[in-house]
Design a protein around this ligand. Structure first.
Ligand code: 5AD
Ligand code: SF4
Length: 464
């Protein structure tokens, strides 16, 4: 299963689909439309770029709304119940589009439908869904579409094929920003997390395949590349670790910056920290989820480190990369979390002084050990703790952000600001968007700015 695109079967299927479109007169500007709706993490964003690439290969053209589409793909997330509910509700709205266009195909992929109970629900209660496919079956999209176009039969695939599929074309959404998956899956089995069950065991891509893709992305205009993996720092490419891989990517010609996510604290090695400290191209941002600051909760979560061990890593990181921006994921209301446990998490925020946190109220996931743990925390208690934590973190974030005021910084200009169409938005190591006045010709380029002020959601700057 290592390189499906070289197998004749896929190319033959793609040609057969193109012929069907031709016979129906759907080519050129009348080519059928595809629309991909993505939920969840950056890995899903990256997978959706591959789904889009496959759609293009099959002769579909990208459209801006689901109403214009002949093929709608929904790439789902399962990490919390809220994400699943959102996906199901969007899929529900596609019923009306299908009523207007009986030829419309609706395919649902990703983590949610890799769980049998969810695939079954779609089969039973969403009759207008044409097919579902699991996270390991992205390369099967052409055969699913072909079967749907030729037989009309509904298909529900849980393949359990957790391999590495090289060579699927990309249809990237932002020219100057790129995702680059280096490894897939997770072996950690944190007790609350569904990921190991829906993304399989850890497997790393070969360094030469990654370097080749990096070269291709740089040539294609990518200036901000994020290395992706559920547990990116346990990358093992035929003996090469993530630090060495990053050194090799940084050595490639081109003006670009490099990021990586997500890292597990137990695998945040000295070598990775040293790579951050020495390579100019690596952005000074480390996302190192702690999840909780309480040792008994960390143990129940199966996180394999103590609060003290985590803080030791943070100290090392701060020493090696003094201006580093550190961010974290935190779960509030894990089963059995006492007031004392929660206060330990608050102490962790005070000790680390994160630039930003992503905080979540615990959501039980069917099939995970935590889902059957005793002493659930009542929702109102979790919500109150969540609010207290945000209030504390907002103060810390503001204080951390203020260190940038007056500094000169190189930013990658991403586009026009969403909140003020007269301004541009850029990205640098600080994790909030940087707004400044400038010409739209700068979009996709690096620009030098001076930070003039900060607000709750952004940083203000002026072009130098
Ligand atoms: N409930 C709440 N948050 C969760 N996460 C993962 N599983 C759950 C869950 N069951 C959070 C973790 C992880 C982030 C991506 O989502 O904080 O780091
Ligand atoms: Fe989930 Fe833990 Fe793996 Fe992250 S490291 S994907 S939280 S099991």
């Amino acid at each position: 299963m290592s390189n499906c695109m070289t197998e004749g079967g896929l190319d033959a299927t793609v040609s057969a689909i193109r012929k069907i479109h031709e016979k129906r007169g759907k080519t050129g500007s009348a080519a059928p439309g595809y629309y991909v709706q993505t939920f969840g993490c950056q890995q899903n964003e990256a997978d959706s770029e591959r789904l889009a690439g496959l759609c293009r290969m099959m002769g579909y053209r990208r459209v801006d709304t689901p109403d214009e589409a002949d093929l709608i793909l929904v790439n789902t997330c399962a990490v919390r119940e809220h994400a699943e509910k959102k996906a199901l509700s969007i899929i529900g709205t596609y019923k009306h589009i299908r009523e207007k266009n009986p030829d419309l195909l609706i395919g649902v992929g990703g983590c949610m439908v890799t769980q049998k109970h969810r695939a079954d629900k779609l089969k039973m209660s969403y009759p207008y869904v044409s097919f579902t496919f699991d996270t390991g079956a992205i390369h099967r999209l052409p055969s699913l579409v072909h079967n749907a176009l030729t037989s009309g039969a509904r298909q529900f695939v849980i393949s359990d094929e957790y391999g590495i599929t090289e060579g699927i074309p990309l249809d990237r959404t932002a020219k100057h920003m790129a995702w680059l998956s280096v490894m897939y899956g997770c072996n950690n089995f944190c007790s609350y997390c569904i990921v190991p069950y829906v993304r399989g065991r850890e497997r790393s891509r070969k360094p030469e395949d990654i370097l080749e893709e990096a070269r291709m992305l740089i040539a294609d205009g990518a200036k901000d590349i994020t290395l992706l993996g559920q547990n990116v720092n346990s990358y093992d490419g035929c003996g090469m670790d993530i630090a060495e891989l990053m050194h090799r990517i940084c050595a490639l010609d081109g003006d670009f910056q490099l990021r990586f996510m997500t890292s597990h604290p137990k695998d945040a090695s000295d070598r990775l920290i040293e790579a951050m400290a020495t390579e100019e191209k690596i952005v000074g941002h480390f996302h190192l989820p702690v999840q909780s600051g309480s040792d008994p909760i960390l143990k129940a979560m199966n996180r394999k480190y103590t609060a003290e061990q985590y803080l030791e890593k943070i100290e090392k990181l701060k020493k090696a990369v003094p201006d580093v921006s550190i961010t974290s994921d935190i779960i509030v209301g894990f089963p059995g979390e006492t007031e004392e446990d929660f206060e330990a998490t608050m102490d962790m925020l005070r000790a680390v002084r994160y630039d930003m946190i992503f905080s979540f109220i615990y959501s039980p996931r069917t099939g995970t050990p935590a889902a059957s743990m005793p002493n659930p925390v009542p929702h109102e208690v979790s919500t109150a703790r969540f609010e207290r934590m945000l209030a504390l973190q907002n103060g810390i974030s503001d204080e951390r952000l203020s260190r940038f005021v007056g500094r000169k910084m190189r930013v990658l200009v991403e586009g026009v600001s969403k909140t003020d169409s007269g301004m541009l938005t850029g990205r640098a190591a600080p994790i909030r968007p940087i707004h400044f006045a400038g010409d739209t010709s700068l979009i996709g380029e690096f620009a030098d700015v001076e930070i003039t002020g900060t607000s709750a959601f952004s940083i203000e700057a002026k072009l130098i």
